[in-house]
Design a protein around this ligand. Structure first.
Ligand code: NAD
Length: 259
């Protein structure tokens, strides 16, 4: 083991939706630590930019099992194996009181946030089983530990991610494959702006007021940075966390209530 426990030289990492947002921060951190990193996205322009930045990359929709199966073949061919799967892809889903929500939008939220992780784990397993120290890191949310009024499909999907994580930690733990989740609080970036706008519209309150509430959800009175999530991901996937399994790790500055 290297002295820091964070040397990823020679290790192969796949980050879904790793070409933008939190996923890009995670992919970048693994790359800085020496890993060969493959990223995916549904967005061609984001994938092109990731290739330019030195990542292996492919367009792939995690909610389509056929595309995920093909993706794992591409990863095997390009990286020569897989040690770490980071299931980062996830969408915010619709905002509104439950009786106003469209069933199709509800199902799409689960298709990406839950079924996408299922497909990726299922089809990455043959590769992960060949790795010496395989690990899976699933992105949940503070909304996967707490309720979140007006975001029921998102919250329910992120609780499902924690259930999936805890179940697979038992199923795969016997083979030495660790499975953990990260539960970020509100992360600074473009997505949180859209979420705050939608929540303000739903509540009929000024955007500035709702934005202030989102900042004050954390005991630290600030948003989380994508790099904070990346640091938790490289910890969980690595040897420093060799006895951490089935955990849902909060990175939210201590958040007890979500708005
Ligand atoms: P984001 O909305 O910025 O999206 C990042 C990328 O995901 C985009 O480039 C998009 O094209 C891609 N994507 C969307 N659907 C996809 C699909 N079906 N297949 C492949 N790629 C797809 O997301 P983010 O804010 O970086 O969030 C990343 C993860 O962290 C998600 O699982 C999210 O639920 C979770 N999370 C985010 C926050 C936050 O405040 N941003 C908080 C808690 C948890």
């Amino acid at each position: 083991m290297d002295s820091t426990g964070l040397d990823y030289t020679g290790r192969k990492v796949l980050v879904t939706a790793g070409a933008a947002g939190i996923g890009l921060a995670i992919a970048t951190r693994f790359k800085e630590l020496g890993a060969a990193v493959f990223v995916t996205d549904i967005n061609q322009a984001a994938v092109d930019a990731a290739r330019t930045a030195g990542f292996s990359a492919a367009v792939s929709d995690v909610s389509d099992e056929g595309q995920v199966r093909t993706l794992m073949g591409t990863v095997a061919a390009e990286l020569g194996g897989l040690d770490v799967l980071v299931n980062n892809a996830g969408i915010a889903g619709p905002t509104g009181p439950i009786e106003t929500l469209d069933a199709g939008a509800w199902k799409t939220t689960f298709d990406v946030n839950v079924h996408g992780q299922f497909y990726c784990i299922k089809h990455a397993l043959p590769l992960l089983r060949q790795a010496e120290q395989a690990a899976i890191v699933n992105l949940s949310s503070a909304a996967g530990r707490l309720g979140m009024a007006g975001r029921s499909p998102y919250s329910a999907s992120k609780w499902a991610v924690v259930g999936l994580t805890k179940t697979l930690a038992i199923e795969l733990g016997e083979e030495g494959i660790r499975v953990n989740a990260i539960c970020p609080g509100a992360v600074d970036g473009p997505r949180i702006g859209a979420v705050i706008d939608a929540k303000a519209a739903m509540l009929g309150r000024p955007v500035e007021e709702v934005s202030d509430l989102y900042h004050r959800q954390s005991s630290l009175n600030r948003l989380v940075q994508a790099e904070d999530i990346a640091n938790m991901a490289v910890f969980l996937a690595g040897n420093l966390a060799r006895n951490v399994n089935g955990q849902a790790m909060a990175v939210d500055g201590n958040t007890e209530k979500l708005y």
